[in-house]
Write a protein that binds this ligand. Structure first.
Ligand SMILES: Cc1cc2nc3c(=O)[nH]c(=O)nc-3n(C[C@H](O)[C@H](O)[C@H](O)COP(=O)(O)OP(=O)(O)OC[C@H]3O[C@@H](n4cnc5c(N)ncnc54)[C@H](O)[C@@H]3O)c2cc1C
Length: 479
């Protein structure tokens, strides 16, 4: 009998597996896909020599994660932290630029610079407390209550109709909205503002760093340690029922909660799971480029992360349209939003090792209604062209994944929801159920450790860490 079986080899599954192996237990990881990594895979999706991150590329959450620090990932992986965290081009060649250096950012924002500083400087000064508050369950006493209050007040402001009261111009609010929109939900909203505040704080703190070579190296570092400690990883091993893993003393699921329905569940728990909601989808396109993107504002070319979609009002219109089931930019069916919000990364500006000399990779995704089959190549290309005329001329090849295809690629992305559950305030508390230990399921020895548990998505390993600690204590009496 295996001590611990982990289903799924995303960052949370691998973190959980390593923690169990470090405790001296026998560990086996079962992964449905042919390769390991979940949201950390890097692959040649377009042309030979062009290495694209299939999902995550930028890792502020990882760099700030105490779990990554404790597991030695900050030292074992070679990180590059760019001087600019993210850029936001606007019409007419203007752009908001979030440098890692707060002063430089404030200088560039002109009359709204001081307001930007007042918003973020208090959080940066208490960033550990903010990470503690946001890195677990919301329903618990925070270690640094002042950090929690400062964070909460800012999220309340930017998540409410008063969100425009802070700024006079249009650059700073657009710059912030590009980050808030990562949460993929209606705007303004508390959960989106909270996610945005956290990411913007990291932008001037640990930075929006990237692992040299692509995100796969993070998964490989965890897998190397697991194997060195005697753990086993089996790929092409989809688990379709919990009865497949009944030969383990503990089972950790880096999966969506749907897999739990393969077992007999208490009626109240099953009811709560059925009320768990999945959010809108993502349609992604990977591009191989013959040269750098010809941004109208050349400073935008310095940033690995670029947010497109225009002004705060335009991005809010796009995100609200998607939430109502419309496709921004689809003439006649756009729900009043002419431009989509597009999150783009051009990692080769900071890590040239991912493409042949002088060439680049770029991925971009846009939010789409759940279950959409849209090939977003033209929609995204047009939005990049809006701020980088001539972009089409540098595209050598591209590969698109619709929301439905994202869901086929990873069973956790239901309807193309890459967060395994909508990010609303309610679902940050109820993830997937309201409990003091939501990682525990009512099935004996079975725990959930994916981003469908607190503290939610991103590559930080917290979910795997909390679930593994609980399993080690309850199943093996280990602390
Ligand atoms: C396009 C995209 C861009 C992103 N960008 C970023 C970013 O830049 N920074 C960031 O921090 N986060 C980013 N994210 C989010 C991040 O990737 C996820 O939040 C994170 O990977 C979740 O980790 P996880 O371990 O919970 O699950 P996942 O990484 O989704 O891994 C789950 C694994 O379990 C496997 N699995 C599922 N069901 C089964 C089953 N029944 N049997 C066996 N195996 C199964 C899947 O194949 C998968 O390998 C991005 C996501 C996407 C899709």
């Amino acid at each position: 009998m295996t001590d611990v079986t982990v289903v799924g080899s995303g960052p949370n599954g691998l973190v959980a597996a390593v923690i169990a192996a470090r405790a001296g237990l026998s560990v086996r990881v079962l992964e449905a896909a042919p390769t390991i990594g979940g949201g950390l895979r890097t692959a040649e999706l377009t042309l030979p020599g062009f290495r694209h991150d299939v999902c995550a590329t930028v890792h502020p959450a990882g760099l700030a994660s105490p779990v990554f620090r404790k597991l030695g990932l900050l030292d074992r992986v070679d990180w590059v932290v760019p001087e600019m965290s993210y850029a936001h081009p606007l019409d007419g060649g203007r752009a908001g630029l979030a440098w890692r250096d707060l002063d430089r950012t404030v200088d560039g924002l002109g009359r709204d610079g001081a307001a930007w500083r007042r918003l973020l400087a208090p959080l940066i000064a208490r960033s550990r407390g903010v990470v503690d508050f946001t890195g677990s369950q919301l329903l618990r006493v925070p270690r640094d209550p002042i950090a929690a209050v400062l964070f909460g007040l800012r999220a309340l402001e930017q998540g409410s109709p008063a969100w425009n009261s802070r700024f006079d111009g249009d650059v700073a609010p657009a710059l912030l909205t590009g980050v808030v929109a990562h949460a993929a939900g209606p705007m303004p909203s508390l959960s989106g503002a909270g996610a945005g505040m956290l990411l913007a704080m990291h932008g001037h703190g640990v930075g929006w760093g990237l692992p040299v070579g692509g995100s796969q190296v993070i998964a490989d570092a965890l897998a190397d340690e697991l194997r060195a400690r005697g753990g086993e990883i089996v790929t092409d091993a989809a688990v379709t029922s919990l009865s497949d893993v009944a030969d383990s003393r503990a089972v950790l699921l880096d999966t969506s909660p749907e897999l739990l329905f393969s077992a007999e569940l208490p009626a109240s728990y099953a009811r709560a799971l059925r009320r768990y909601r999945y959010g809108s989808g993502v349609a992604k396109v990977d591009f191989a480029l013959s040269g750098p993107v010809p941004w109208a504002n050349p400073d935008v070319g310095l940033s690995p992360t670029v947010h497109l979609g225009g002004s705060r009002a335009e991005i809010a219109a796009a995100e609200n349209a998607v939430h109502r089931g419309f496709q921004p930019g689809a003439a006649g069916a756009d729900g009043g939003a002419r431009h989509p919000y597009v999150l783009a990364t051009q990692p080769t500006v900071a890590d040239p090792s991912r493409a042949p000399a002088g060439k680049h990779v770029l991925w971009a995704y846009t939010h789409v209604p759940a279950g959409s089959t849209l090939d977003a190549t033209e929609l995204i290309t047009a939005e990049v062209e809006r701020f980088a005329p001539g972009f089409r001329d540098v595209v050598l090849a591209s590969a698109a994944s619709s929301a439905v295809e994202m869901g086929r690629y990873n069973a956790n992305y239901i309807g193309g929801d890459i967060y395994s559950g909508e990010l609303t305030l309610r679902q940050l508390v109820k993830r997937p159920v309201v409990s003091t230990a939501p990682w525990r399921t009512p099935i004996d020895g079975v725990y959930l450790c994916s981003s469908a548990t607190p503290p939610g998505p991103a590559v930080h390993g917290f979910n795997g860490w909390f679930a593994a600690k609980l399993a080690l204590k309850e199943r093996f009496g280990l602390r």
